[in-house]
Design a protein around this ligand. Structure first.
Ligand code: DP6
Length: 324
C-alpha cells in the first residue's frame, strides 16, 4: 500500500545554526519557525519486496548518487524502526512558484517521514514524526506542524518539534524576495558546522539566541508583529555574523540582499513594520502585516522585479493520505 504526505516548508524566525550532536542531528539552540502556505513537497512511498534497491524520483527525474543515498539512509532509519527489510519507491514533487530555488530539506524530510513511516506500517504521533524527520534534516522537525513551531535541544527522544500557535489565523505574512535561485556554494550543513567550529562569535550567538527564545514566544502569543520582526531580524543578522567571522570567512548575502534589508529599515523609519530574515542563501524574507503589502511591494520594485516577489502566509501541518 502506498501513502502520500504533503508537508509545507517553514522559515525560521529564530534560526537553527549548529549541531550539538551531528550523528543524530540535535541543535545547540531552540529554533522557532513559521510554516508557510505557498511552498510544499508531496511525497509518495511504498515498500516493495521485489525491489533490489531503493528508488527515488524527484520532480520527474530519477535520482542517483548523493540524493538517492540521503533518502536511502533515511529509509534505513524507518526500516529499523518498523522492523522491515524491503526497499522502497519514493516519488517527490516540490511545489514552489516559478523556479525560485526555494525547495527545502524541511518540507522534503517531513513529507518523506510522514509517507515512509505509514507505508512501513508505523502509526506515529506528530511528536514521533517530528523526531523521525529530524534524522533527515533538523529544520524538518518544525515542518510537521502548521503555524508557529519550535524545536528544542535535547537527546534523541526529547529533541523534537512542537506547535507554538498552530492556528496562526491573525494577519502576518512573509514575502520572499528571490535574489538568486542557484544552488548555494556552501550548504547549510557544512556552513553551520564551520561557523560553530571556528567563529569567535559562536558562543555569543548561542547565549543571545537563548535569551531571544522567551521574548519571541511572548511576542507570538501577543500577535506582536513588530517585536517578532525585531527579534527575527536581529537573530538572522547574528547568525550571518558567525559566518562572516568564521575562519576562513564565508557569506551568503549579496549586494542585492543588503539592498532589500536596508529598504526594510528605511520603510520602518516611515512607520511601516517590516523586518528581514535570511537563511543559508541570498534570498530575503520580509515579515510584515498583510495590510502593508502594496507599499512594501512598491519599494521592492525599485530593487527587484515583480516575479521575484512571492507572498506567503501561515500554512498547515503535515497531511498524510492512503493510496491503493
Ligand atoms: C539557516 O535543516 O537544512 O535554514 O539539519 O544539516 O539538514 P541539516 O540543516 P538544515 O538547516 C537549516 C538552517 C537554516 C535555519 C533554520 O531553518 O532554522
Amino acid at each position: 500500500m502506498h501513502f502520500t504526505a504533503r508537508a509545507h516548508t517553514n522559515i525560521a524566525l529564530l534560526k537553527y545554526w549548529g549541531k550539538a550532536d551531528t550523528a543524530i542531528i540535535t541543535p545547540t539552540t531552540t529554533s522557532i519557525s513559521l510554516t508557510l502556505d505557498e511552498f510544499y513537497t508531496d511525497t509518495t512511498v511504498w515498500f516493495d519486496e521485489s525491489l533490489t534497491t531503493d528508488k527515488f524520483i524527484l520532480d520527474n527525474e530519477v535520482m542517483t548518487g548523493h540524493a538517492l543515498q540521503k533518502v536511502s539512509q533515511f529509509l534505513n532509519v524507518v526500516r529499523r524502526q518498523a522492523d522491515i527489510t524491503s526497499y522502497a519507491s519514493v516519488i517527490s514533487t516540490n511545489h514552489v512558484p516559478t523556479a525560485a530555488g526555494l525547495a527545502s530539506s524541511a518540507s522534503a524530510f517531513a513529507a518523506l517521514a510522514g509517507a515512509a513511516s505509514k507505508a512501513a506500517g508505523l502509526d506515529l504521533t506528530l511528536t514521533e514524526l517530528s523526531r523521525l524527520a529530524r534524522h533527515g534534516s533538523g529544520s524538518a522537525t518544525r515542518s510537521v506542524f502548521g503555524g508557529f513551531a519550535q524545536w528544542t535541544p535535547g537527546d534523541d527522544t526529547t529533541s523534537v518539534g512542537s506547535p507554538l500557535l498552530a492556528d496562526a489565523d491573525w494577519p502576518i505574512q512573509l514575502m520572499t524576495v528571490v535574489i538568486n535561485d542557484q544552488q548555494k556554494a556552501v550548504g547549510s550543513r557544512a556552513g553551520m558546522q564551520h561557523a560553530m567550529a571556528t567563529s569567535p562569535f559562536y558562543d555569543l550567538w548561542v547565549k543571545t539566541a537563548n535569551e531571544q527564545v522567551n521574548q519571541m514566544i511572548t511576542a507570538i502569543h501577543n500577535h506582536d508583529i513588530t517585536t517578532i520582526g525585531q527579534i527575527a531580524e536581529a537573530n538572522a543578522l547574528q547568525m550571518h555574523a558567525t559566518n562572516m567571522t568564521a575562519v576562513p570567512p564565508f557569506n551568503y548575502l549579496t549586494d542585492k540582499s543588503w539592498e532589500v534589508i536596508l529598504m526594510a529599515q528605511e520603510l520602518r523609519q516611515k512607520g511601516i513594520p517590516v523586518y528581514a530574515t535570511m537563511d543559508a542563501g541570498p534570498n530575503v524574507k520580509l515579515i510584515s502585516n498583510p495590510a502593508d503589502t502594496e507599499v512594501i511591494k512598491e519599494s521592492l520594485l525599485s530593487v527587484v522585479s515583480d516575479n521575484q516577489i512571492i507572498n506567503a502566509h501561515p500554512g498547515p501541518g503535515i497531511q498524510i493520505n492512503a493510496g491503493d
